[in-house]
Design a protein around this ligand. Structure first.
Ligand SMILES: NC(=O)c1ccc[n+]([C@@H]2O[C@H](COP(=O)([O-])OP(=O)(O)OC[C@H]3O[C@@H](n4cnc5c(N)ncnc54)[C@H](OP(=O)(O)O)[C@@H]3O)[C@@H](O)[C@H]2O)c1
Length: 346
């Protein structure tokens, strides 16, 4: 079978990571990435041998590359004309404008969590609803927080058959490369209650009853979730068996915090840098083993989310779903993760 031709529209925090992850696979290839103009980031695309296109078809914007060292091969239309699927990694809320362009070009599309579910009417997480996305024209890979919640809650739901969840999202204020956002010396509650994060899980697994609160805190390196899940009577689980369940779930790392001296997000990120993935990324959700406790039917736990990277491998599985390459989500996850590991030699 020929490789799937993937366009990356928006080569920023998420786009550059998705491009590398696509490049790591043997069943898909990057046919081009887009930038608004010749700026920081283009050099990396050149080093990776990715063709650069402009996010726009406006001749003036395309011409802005002419006085730079970076060759722009054309506008978005030109890129779409040689693509099978586009992964939209533009800043949130630009999706509505872009979706029409993809549809006009007859190209399948994958959006990110900055867009609303209503844009596509379909959302995606590898472990929750890969098969529902099989062959779809357009979908949305849910946000980093929703992805993180799905990774630990879906296996629990699959075991229990029902689940009621309350969680508090302790959110990083900004990405490390973002100098515009805050707070820098305050804790900012999200006053829209419940926050959108928990209910967003229901776009991929409607059977899980979930609500959330959120606060933003002055850190750039990870989100932390404090989760309380009520399991149904007769769940048959113990603290130990829940931990074992997550240890055998893909893209979840369970580690003893005190024993390994990984008691904060700072050490989790240091461990991620040690693993050797580019940018110090951690695609997996990190659960503190000693922070898991099942008391009767009520389960308490904490998990940490590397906001810039947990959604990256999900985008790859999502390409396989839309392009009908692999129906079995576990097989896709394994193929994706093995390819990324050998790409970075880890
Ligand atoms: N950052 C995270 O932690 C995170 C986590 C999960 C999901 N997401 C979601 O992922 C999406 C992308 O976020 P991001 O953090 O990667 O944003 P970002 O770092 O700001 O990057 C956005 C990229 O889109 C380009 N762009 C600007 N206008 C565009 C347009 N009209 N069409 C196409 N591309 C355009 C920008 O070009 P220039 O480089 O030329 O400016 C930039 O390369 C959002 O939906 C966000 O909510 C982000």
């Amino acid at each position: 079978m020929s490789t799937v031709r993937v366009a990356i529209n928006g080569y920023g925090t998420i786009g550059k990571r998705v491009a590398d992850a696509v490049d790591a696979q043997d069943d898909m290839e990057v046919v081009g990435v887009t930038k608004t103009g010749p700026s920081f980031g283009c050099e990396m695309a050149v080093r990776k041998n990715f063709d650069i296109y402009c996010t726009s078809d406006d001749p003036d914007m395309i011409a802005s590359f002419e006085s730079s060292p970076f060759k722009c091969k054309g506008g978005l239309k030109d890129l779409l004309s040689i693509s099978d699927v586009v992964i939209d990694c533009s800043p949130g809320k630009m999706g509505a404008e872009n979706l029409g362009k993809y549809q006009d070009a007859g190209v399948k599309s994958i959006f990110q969590g900055g867009e609303k579910h209503s844009l596509t009417g379909l959302s995606y997480t590898s472990c929750a609803n890969h098969s529902e996305n099989y062959g779809a024209e357009t979908t949305r890979v849910v946000s980093c927080n929703t992805t993180g919640l799905s990774r630990t809650l879906v296996p629990l739901y699959e075991h229990c058959g029902s689940l009621k969840v309350e969680c508090t999202m302790i959110r990083r204020a900004a990405d490390p490369g973002d100098s515009k956002k805050g707070p820098i010396n305050a804790i900012k509650p999200v006053l829209k209650v419940p926050s959108h994060h928990g209910p967003d899980v229901m776009t991929v697994k409607p059977e899980i009853e979930i609500n959330s609160l959120a606060v933003a805190v002055p850190t750039t390196i990870m989100h932390v979730h404090a989760i309380i899940a009520d399991l149904p009577e007769g769940h048959g689980l113990s603290t130990e068996s829940v931990i074992e369940m997550w240890k055998s779930s893909p893209r979840v790392i369970v580690m003893n915090g005190e024993g390994n001296r990984i008691t904060t997000t700072a050490e989790v990120m240091e461990m991620a840098r040690d693993i050797g993935r580019k940018w110090g990324d951690l695609h997996e959700i990190f659960v503190w083993e000693d922070g898991v406790r099942l008391m009767g039917n009520r389960l308490y736990y904490f998990q940490a989310i590397h906001q810039e990277s947990d959604v990256i491998p999900e985008n790859i599985d999502c390409v396989r779903a839309l392009m009908e390459i692999e129906k079995n989500w576990q097989k896709s996850v394994k193929k994706t993760d093995d390819a990324i590991s050998s790409y970075y030699n880890i």
